[in-house]
Design a protein around this ligand. Structure first.
Ligand SMILES: *Cc1c(COP(=O)(O)O)cnc(C)c1O
Length: 370
């Protein structure tokens, strides 16, 4: 079928009967939210699956990051990158902090750790790096810099569910890491997210912040929000977690097929595999070099769309040129990020994507008239 629509992603779901069985006892208990049985069960299972000291589940990834930052009691400036989803920058700004944008490197599009130190001032209090596409940041260098200058580190690990580095769960690095369990991510709880952390005191603050700042029946001592994960979300997570290994394995097959088909196309650059990293195959970004390829990223994107293939300019534009930040930042100060955002296209990738479709998409890219 030439004309069936292929979107950039498709949510992973268990069989209906599995979910039905998982939610049935919610009708017996009538316990729908507020850290119920399913919430706690998922929390324990994720702690072990992700290999982290502790984890706090949230209603979505954004609130996880926003509260994860709030629980650090920061002020001043936070170093981060603009090559990310809106959430990362917004979470910093919504905490009353000033984002200071560091450029990315051109190998894996994560923060360029050689450019962090020159951005540190006496107002810098933290670094918020992003494991973009599930690519692992230079966690060792970041830890070294953070120690040297006494900075907190909270990773945006929204893309990195299940990724390990040197055999260690990616969420165990830094002071904290945020995961997103949004419908479009490798692992989903419909909407959902979590903060992983290494310090128990921090965990207590985080727990309070996701529940209105309530400490006890008559004591509310922090200005919290409501970011609790409900039982239906947790039930979806429990179902999806059972299948996570096979989901990632299927994604891997899709990625390998793309690589095989696209490795020798002039002007199309693929992401390289990282050493010591077990990937989750979350995204398949390509960089379109107009001069070598003969067409621009936007032309290729439009061409694919004409064939009902919906790739995504992810991430474009950079967060430091969003309209809501107009006049505050200059995208030219992060030239690598600007370069990549103008040329990147993430291709359709999900567990159920047929390998024949991967071939067809690749053929369109190879054979586009240009
Ligand atoms: C998805 C995403 C988020 C936000 O997560 P939600 O669960 O959608 O709120 C934050 N950062 C990045 C990089 C993301 O891709």
């Amino acid at each position: 079928m030439e004309d069936k629509k292929i979107l950039v992603t498709q949510s992973s779901m268990p069989d209906f009967e599995e979910y039905e069985a998982q939610i049935r006892d919610i009708w017996d208990t009538r316990w729908l939210t507020n850290m119920g049985k399913k919430h706690n069960e998922l929390q324990e299972k994720l702690k072990s699956y992700l290999g982290v000291h502790d984890i706090s589940l949230m209603c979505n990834g954004h609130m996880a990051l926003e509260l994860g930052i709030q629980a650090m009691n920061l002020d001043g400036e936070v170093i981060t990158t603009p090559f990310t989803f809106a959430s990362t920058t917004h979470a910093i700004v919504r905490n009353g902090l000033k984002p200071v944008f560091c450029d990315i490197n051109l190998q894996d599009y994560t923060i360029d750790t050689d450019k962090i130190e020159e951005l540190i001032t006496d107002r810098t209090t933290a670094i918020v790096p992003v494991h973009v596409y599930g690519n692992v940041c230079n966690v060792e260098k970041i830890e070294k810099i953070a120690k040297k200058y006494g900075l907190k580190v909270i990773y945006d690990a929204a893309h990195a569910f299940g990724v390990t580095y040197k055999g260690r769960g990616i969420g165990s690095f830094g002071d904290a890491s945020m995961f997103s369990f949004h419908a479009t991510k490798v692992f989903n709880t419909i909407e959902g997210g979590a903060v992983c952390y290494n310090n128990d005191e921090y965990g207590i603050d985080l727990y309070r912040l996701k529940n209105f700042g309530i400490r006890g029946p008559e004591i509310v001592d922090s200005i919290g929000a409501n970011a609790k994960m409900n039982e239906f979300q947790a039930a979806m997570g429990l179902c999806n977690l059972v299948h996570i290994e096979s989901e990632i394995e299927k994604r891997k097959r899709v990625v390998e097929k793309y690589k095989e088909c696209l490795k020798a196309v002039d002007g199309i650059k693929l992401c390289e595999e990282q050493e010591n990293v077990v990937s989750n195959y979350a995204y398949f970004p390509i960089i379109v070099n107009e001069r070598e390829y003969g067409a621009s990223r936007d032309e290729l994107s439009d061409y694919l769309m004409q064939h009902n293939i919906f790739a995504r300019k992810y991430f474009y534009p950079l967060t430091n040129r969003f309209d809501c930040y107009a006049g505050m930042y200059d995208e030219n100060e992060t030239p690598n990020a600007l370069y990549v955002s103008k040329r990147v296209l993430t291709l359709p990738l999900y567990a159920e994507l047929a390998l024949e479709d991967v071939e067809r998409i690749s053929d369109l890219i190879k054979n586009m008239e240009r």
